[in-house]
Design a protein around this ligand. Structure first.
Ligand code: BDR
Ligand code: CA
Length: 312
């Protein structure tokens, strides 16, 4: 079967880096490009980090496009306290030689989706949804060309990680999320409800480190630095590994399970701004616009990740 064309829209970000490596290590996926957005750190850093990550994997040929430098309406909120001041958990990755593509990410998203073949393109947003929403607003003709959107964001039973009600990616740009969640494109959401079950235990990090490749050593270092903060915050055996769940879902969907629900994004109340309001119990007649994932076979997930990283 021909590899599935995907675009990763990201804000690297330690867990973003690991998601990009997982995609690069997977022949089932054809990574058309990486688009970057302001999120965990400002745009200049996410754009540089995406290139560092590709180059460390020997993939200086991957096209990286810089996108939006701020959310649609709200001021940018960043997350250096989790990802380090440089966004990569202080992993000493070499400065990239590969160039940033000259085209704006939103324009490239529109162009490449409009040129997509019959099978369409799967979008994998693992940062704030600004670029995706801007592309939809700029050219709604892209909608039928998007096969599906599988995103990391939101949380319902697990609550929020940035405010009591909201997860980081949705909180940073709730208006962009609203555009995406009302777009009619098939959506799958990897919320905190599932990623908080994908814990980077010391044993799992050690298995990655033992691969002894430059990518594996960097990944293990990032998992340890990012994970330690969250392990303490949530009093668990390890921190959650969020963004790679999106790529793993494309590779082995049977690792995950969830439910089709109506999901609305809160954009009016400051206290709950960016909350993903999931109609888990079917309390309304609103359309089921999103598959909400809440369960993971975490051992299989980390086995898949470790096996794939070994190939890089
Ligand atoms: C999400 O926020 C970011 O800090 C991570 O990269 C992930 O995409 C988790 O809430
Ligand atoms: Ca991210």
């Amino acid at each position: 079967m021909a590899p599935r064309p995907i675009i990763i829209d990201s804000d690297p970000g330690t867990d973003d880096a690991i998601a990009i490596w997982l995609a690069l290590a997977s022949p089932e996926l054809d990574l058309l490009g990486v688009t970057t957005v302001a999120g965990n750190v400002p745009l200049a850093l996410t754009s540089k980090n995406a290139r560092k990550v590709c180059e460390l994997a020997g993939r200086g040929d991957v096209k990286v496009f810089a996108g939006c430098s701020r959310p649609m309406l709200r001021p940018l909120v960043t997350a250096e306290s989790f990802h380090g001041h440089d966004g990569l958990g202080h992993a000493p990755l070499p400065e990239p030689d590969m160039p940033l593509q000259p085209q704006h990410a939103v324009d490239w998203l529109v162009d490449s989706l409009m040129a997509a073949g019959d099978q369409g393109v799967t979008l994998c947003p693992i940062g704030p949804l600004t670029n995706i929403a801007m592309a939809i607003v700029k050219e709604p003709g892209i909608l039928p060309r998007i096969r599906e959107i599988v995103l990391m964001g939101g949380g319902f039973f697990a609550g929020g990680n940035t405010t009591p009600a909201a997860e980081f990616n949705i909180h940073v740009d709730p208006h962009a999320a609203q555009v995406v969640f009302t777009s009619g494109v098939p959506l799958t959401m990897m919320p905190l409800d599932v990623t908080h079950k994908a814990l980077m235990t010391a044993e799992r990090i050690a298995a990655v480190r033992a691969l002894e490749t430059p990518v594996a050593k960097a990944a293990a270092g990032m998992m340890a630095s990012y994970g330690a903060h969250d392990a303490e915050k949530y009093a668990r055996d390890g921190g959650p590994l969020h963004d790679p769940c999106v790529i793993a879902y494309l590779l082995e969907p049977a690792i995950f399970s969830g439910r089709d629900c109506n999901v609305r994004i809160e954009t009016a109340s400051e206290a709950t701004m960016g909350m993903t309001v999931v109609d888990w119990w079917g309390s309304t007649e609103e359309p089921r616009n999103c598959r909400v994932i809440d369960e993971i076979d975490d051992d299989r997930f980390f086995k898949l990740l470790t096996e794939r990283l070994a190939a890089l």
